[in-house]
Structures are given as C-alpha cells and as structure tokens.
Design a binder for this molecule. Structure first.
Ligand code: CDV
Length: 313
C-alpha cells in the first residue's frame, strides 16, 4: 500500500441537543462523499462526532445521558457510515461515547472513545480518552461547566498505535493533545500519523484573559509534538456555537516538520484534505533517534504518581 495518500480532517459544525443520530450520520456521509471526490484514503471526524458535547451540562436524567452513548459500533444508526466508507475504500477515525456494558445511572456510564477503521473496514484500533478535563461535580461558581470526570471512566486501553494506511497510526482525543506524555507514548511506538478529534471552547468565560491565546494553545502543543515525535497530525474540531457555547474551529493537518500545512477556514461542516507522505517522518525520526539519544534513566519523575515538584513539597 502506498505511503502517499490524501488524508482529511472532517470538521463538524454544531450538533444541537435535540439533533437525531440519523441526521448527524447524514452529515458524516456528506463529508465522506466529499472525501471520495477529493480522493481521500483517510478521514478524521471529531471527538463525540455523533452527539452534542453534553458534558457542558449536568444532566441527571439517566435516559437522556444513555442516549448519548453507543452500546455497539457499528450500531443500527451508524452502520451506513461504516458500509459506505468500506465501499469507498476510505479509512476513518470517529470519536464517540462508548457505553460500559455493566454500568447504569447518569454518571460514569462509559468512555469518551475513538475508533480507527481501516479502508478495508477492519477495526484497526480502539482508544479511550486518558486525560479527562474538568470536574467530577457541578461547580455553581463556574460560568461554563466541563463534567467529563462525572460522565466518563478514565481510559484504560493505553495509547494504541495500529498498523494501518501503509504505516503506523495513533489515536488521541482532545485534551490529550496538551500532554507531551501522550504524544511520546505514541512516538515511542513509531507513530507516523496521529488522528485526533476535539471539542474546545473558543472562549473561557471563567478565565477571559486566556481568550486571545486559545488558538495558540491549540496549535502550539501539536506543532511541537509533530516535530518532536516525527509524525503527521490530522486534527478535527466540532466547531461553532453549540448549546450556547462558542467552540473553536482551526481543524488542521500538521507535518512532521511542525508546520501547519492545512487549516480550516470556517466553523461549519468542512472537509480539509491534504496529500501526506508517511516517508516524510523518517528525517525527524532519524534526527531524534530515540534508541540512541533518549535517557530514560533520567526521566523517573515522569512516571511517579503526582511527581515531586517543589510546589508540592
Ligand atoms: N473536550 C476537551 O477535552 N476539551 C478541553 C477543554 C475543556 C480544556 C480541551 O483541552 O480543549
């Protein structure tokens, strides 16, 4: 399989609370049709690409919360996406909420997850988000809630890298992109492309001084990670004003040089195709040559629970 192909971030505009799965899947199919016309072999959909980003609310109705989770993927409503992608020979990354088979109630019902499907329809990897931002309890002092630790169990599948698309492909979800450890876990496994979906507020009403830095703090860690691990990154946003909250766009493709080579222009459904060459990773992997130059004997603090920074002592 050629290591040169077109990969695309498939950005989604807002998904409102009442939008049906059928309607969302129709939007994903439209992007998939566009991807086929653009000769894509791989498409990255956002984090929680099938539903609204419900952790911005404390929802106590277990039936509503359960409705945001998938018990099976593909399921009856998502099967058309899997079928059409296989027919087109397009692989994809899809962020979704994975229902834990034994859990009930409204809290910790499952995982914030992503699946990597190869162009032949094979499920190449599954990932459950490791870094869950926000609070485990509703905080009345906040203008914007972010309750992922209330709804989700922490990811327990490590950081998978799959053989797919003629190379090695890793998966991350949203807040993971801000953690160098997550990227290095993929880099150490030889990842040549990392797919990532996200839902990131464009503004922080509880810390408005950060608003002007939102785009920088989105791109900066990914540009560094691409360079430091010699990998392509394809990152797809859920963008626009959703549930009254302004979400950032800036879906992108980042080269192993660290350069942003494609950046979305709007806040709606938008395909961002770019022709990648997995062999372009080799120069950077050679430069860092982990096997020769890494000094893990000096990095012990990185894997100690909670670290021992001066501030904590
Ligand atoms: N979905 C996310 O993980 N969002 C976080 C916000 C809450 C900080 C992010 O890192 O963009």
């Amino acid at each position: 399989m050629s290591r040169r192909f077109v990969a695309a971030a498939a950005q989604l505009g807002p998904i409102e609370r009442g939008e049906s799965r059928r309607s969302v899947v129709a939007r994903l199919l439209a992007l998939l049709d566009e991807a086929r016309a653009a000769d894509c072999r791989f498409v990255v959909f956002p984090e929680m690409a099938l539903t609204t980003f419900f952790p911005r609310w404390l929802i106590e109705d277990p039936a509503e919360v359960a409705g945001y989770f998938e018990s099976a993927l593909p399921g009856p409503e998502t099967a058309p996406l899997f079928e059409r992608a296989r027919r087109y020979g397009i692989g994809f990354y899809l962020g979704y909420c994975e229902r834990h088979p034994e859990r009930g109630g409204a809290d910790h019902l499952g995982y914030n997850a992503a699946i990597l499907v190869a162009p032949d329809g094979r499920v190449a990897a599954r990932y459950r988000k490791v870094h869950l931002p926000g609070n485990a309890r509703y905080d009345p002092t906040l203008k914007l809630q972010h309750l992922e630790p209330w709804y989700f169990l922490p990811g327990d599948l490590g950081f998978p890298v799959a053989e797919a698309l003629g190379g090695r492909v890793g998966l991350l979800i949203c807040n993971d992109r801000r953690w160098p450890e997550a990227w290095r876990m993929l880099g150490l496994q030889g990842a040549e492309m990392v797919a990532l979906g996200y839902n990131s507020p464009a503004q922080l009403p509880d810390n408005p001084a950060q608003n002007a830095l939102r785009k920088l703090h989105h791109l900066l860690p990914m540009q560094s990670a691409a360079y430091q691990n010699g990998t392509w990154i394809v990152a797809a946003a859920k963008a626009g004003t959703e549930g009254g909250c302004a979400m950032m766009g800036h879906s992108c493709v980042i080269a192993p040089s660290g350069e942003v080579v494609a950046l979305s222009s709007g806040l709606g459904d938008e395909l961002l195709p770019y022709r990648v060459d997995l062999d372009a990773t080799a120069e950077y992997k050679r430069f860092f040559d982990f096997a020769t130059y890494r000094r893990p004997e000096c990095y012990g603090l990185l894997t100690e629970p909670h670290g021992r920074s001066p501030q904590r002592e």
